[in-house]
Every structure is written in C-alpha cells, then in structure tokens.
Ligand binder design. Sequence first.
Ligand code: SAM
Ligand code: SF4
Length: 494
Amino acid sequence: MTSRPEAEQETTPSAVSPAQDQTVKGTNTRKVFVRTYGCQMNVYDSERMTDVLAPEGFEATDDMEDADLVILNTCHIREKAAEKVYSELGRIRKVKQERARHGKDMMVGVAGCVAQAEGEEISRRAPIVDLVVGPQSYHQLPGLLSKVRNGNKVVETEFDIDAKFDHLSARAERPVMKRPPAAFLTVQEGCDKFCTFCVVPYTRGAEVSRSVEQIVAEAERMAAGGVREVTLLGQNVNAYHGEAKDGSIWGLGRLLRRLADIDGLDRLRYTTSHPRDMDDDLILAHRDLKSLMPYLHLPVQSGSDKILKSMNRRHTRDEYFRLIDRIREAAPDIALSGDFIVGFPDETDQDFADTMDLIRRVEYGSAFSFKYSQRPGTPGATMDNQVPEDVKSARLAELQALISGQQKAFNASRRGMVCDVLLEKKGRNPGQIVGKSPWLQPVQLDAAEDLIGSIQAVEIVEIGSNSLFGQLIAGQDDHANPGLPRLRSKGDVI
Ligand code: SAM
Ligand code: SF4
C-alpha cells in the first residue's frame, strides 16, 4: 500500500542554501541537520526552522555527523512515532560523543508535537537534548539557541500561534528564493474537534487560521520563486476561517478561488479535511477551479455509527455517503482518499464489517490505515473494551488488502490516458524523472532534466505497484494553462 504522506516518513528538508539566501552572514557557516517525522505540516515547519536559522549563519546538511545542530521535528500522533524519537536520540548520543572526541560540539534539539506533549520529560529521558521547542515557538529559535550556548537547558512549549504566524508573514518580506515546483503552505493550525483518539487539540492547540492577506502574499512569493503547485495545509484545513482585509471571514473555498487567480500557480491542493467542514462552496470549488486538482483526502476513520459516535466524529456513515455523492457530482473524476483506524475501543466484528462495507461502497483511490494507538490524555485511552493487539493486526491486514485492491484498480483505470504531469525531480535511474499526476500518483518517465518544473502532457503506459509509468506526448509545450482539460483520453490530446 502507498505510504502515507502524513505518517512516519522521515525527510531531511532541503534548507535554504547560502547561494539562495542573500541574508546568510559571513563565512562562518554552521551546519544544521533536521529530521522530520510525521505529517506535511512538520515538513513545512522544518523548512521554516531552517529559514529562521539561515540569517544566523546556519546551512542545512544531509549528514548528521557534520552538524553543529541536530533537530528532530517529531510527531506524537501514534505511540511508535514517539518511541522512534527516543531511539534516534540514542543514536545521536553516539554521534555527539564521536564529534566531542574530535573537539567538535553538537547541540541537540527536539521540536514538534512530542516536544509539546512531553516537555521536560524529554531532557530527563535523554540528557543529550539541549533544547525542547513546541510547534508554536520556532520563530524564537535563534534566541533559544543563544541560551543553550550560554549553558542552559531550554524548554519552550508556550502556545503563541499568532506570533508564529506574524513571523511567517515577516518572512514573506525577504528576497524571492528559487523553490521546488511543489510546496506546502500552512493556512490553519490546531483543532477544536476533540476526536476521542487524537492528541492534536492538545499538542497543536486551538484552531487558528492565518489571514487571507498573509496567505496570498506567501503564495505569490512562492509562484515568483518557481512553485507551480501549492498544497494548503492544516490539521483540519477545511475548517479554515481566515480574516480578509475588509474584516470578512473567508472559508477555504473562497481562499482557493483567490489563490487560483495567482499567475504561475497552476495546481492547488489541500489536506487534511474533516467531513463536517466540507461546505458547499468548497465542494463547488472542485467543479469550478481547473487548478484545484481532482484529489481529496477526506478521512472517515470508521464505517460504524456506534464507533463514529464514540470517536466524537459528529457525523454518521449515511451523512458521509451523501457528502461523497455531492463531491462526485461536482467533480466526477476525483480520486478519494481517507484514513481508517481499526481496533478503536469496543469495535466489534460487526463494527469492523461496517467499515469494510463503507470502503466497498465508496471505492477509494488510496487510503491510509492504522491500528488504534492509546494516546495518554485522550478520552479513548481510558475507554473500556480496548481491542487486543492481535485482533487489531488481523483487521488492519484485511482492510489494507481491500484498499490495496481498490488502489490498483484506480491506478489501472489511468492506463492509456493522457494527463498533465508536474515534473518534480530526478528519478532513481539515469535519464528518468518523476512527477505527479492530477490524482497525486507518482509518474515516472524518461525525459530531459531541464523539463523539471514544467507541466507536460504524458500518456500513462504502464502501472506499477505504487506509481504510474508515462511517456511524454511529443510536441506538447509546458501546460501552464490551467484552463486545459485535466483529464483526456488517448487520442484526444489538444
Ligand atoms: N483532521 C483529520 C481528520 O479529522 O480526520 C486527521 C488528522 S490526524 C492528525 C491524522 C490521522 O492519524 C487521523 O486521520 C487518524 O486516522 C490517525 N490517528 C490519529 N490519532 C490516532 C490514534 N490514536 N491511533 C491511530 N491512528 C490515529
Ligand atoms: Fe484530530 Fe482531525 Fe479529530 Fe482534529 S478533527 S481531533 S485533527 S482527528
């Protein structure tokens, strides 16, 4: 099954290099290594951390042993993710000791949701950690690091999200930098829904939206730096309710319509959404905006009304079905994705069968699924009738087999189609590049490297387990025009 864009992936963000950023001081460059766990919001935050550190003379490195500062940007959504951080800290301790033998220092920071949730406990369990910083305090990194250099252990987990957003917009004043063709843009943080399994409302705090003006300015700067596709991010992104200059409050649909007007931004996406917040304007944006890609990640978690209620999801399975019908009416070619949790407390065989039935009825293009993980402090953790691990494992395997079949069928349905592909980076093999289809599938093809950053018409000729294989349609120029039909069948190329 496809790996989830939003779980347990580790990335080292390509940070600002001195060549890209005029504000790097002098030649006394220090190196920062950032490892990112979890969701796209963490990927975005990691990039922001390196942005904040660039004027302090920090340059990103992919080599931890070369780093003067190591930051783990952590995820707390499931138990294993936090445990991974502690075992990584064990490995870092050895690297730090080795550097010390050569007279080199190394500062170690833990950021993200594990930092927010565990605070001082982290320095207690892992004394090599110098700095613990929660997601709302990254703009303070330079000051916090100078405290560390003065010999202090620092823990900063205050919730001051407005200051963080103000800082993000201040960053937009800086010179335009060359950016990769696809980028993330956080528009909303936190969550007020309090699903009974989820730590987000505790680690990321209450729901806050950035202002329309801040987002538009950042998106314009991204486009000026060469970004062709922007994915708007939020823990509950479609709850977006940002203030416009005239004081009116905009929902996500209206924001997308505004962003679609920005020259050069050819593709828009957003993630992750809650079914309760899919309003008509957002649904109709999928019908109206050619640049809004035909992909929607809309987690339902369970197909059982009893479990949905106990998860505090605030909708029924029938309401979800009706919503899917409305979405498909507006955008018939949309690829639907979702999240599922198996083994939530008191989930019986019948409840699980209801989830399987929901999946069969909806037919997903892809989905992500997890065994329920008891998160301390959430209501689910202390509910009766916790489901045994072996039952969870068996249900997960069954569910993933179903989803995997649906994903294969969806991918196979693209064979022979011609679609626009945003070419993003070099592939594994020489001469190969990788891009993304409108439905978020990776597409591999043989093409010249200088096409990276362009949108090309590609015929899908082969289907792999996780990606599609394509061929460039000769003579087609960069499809910068979002007015082009996004889905054409073979022989119908314009
Ligand atoms: N806001 C989105 C929604 O309402 O569905 C979900 C965002 S959550 C950060 C990402 C996913 O992690 C969830 O959809 C859920 O499937 C999974 N997840 C969250 N808490 C979990 C837990 N305690 N155990 C297992 N999976 C969990
Ligand atoms: Fe967590 Fe999503 Fe529920 Fe918010 S809506 S509590 S982020 S699962």
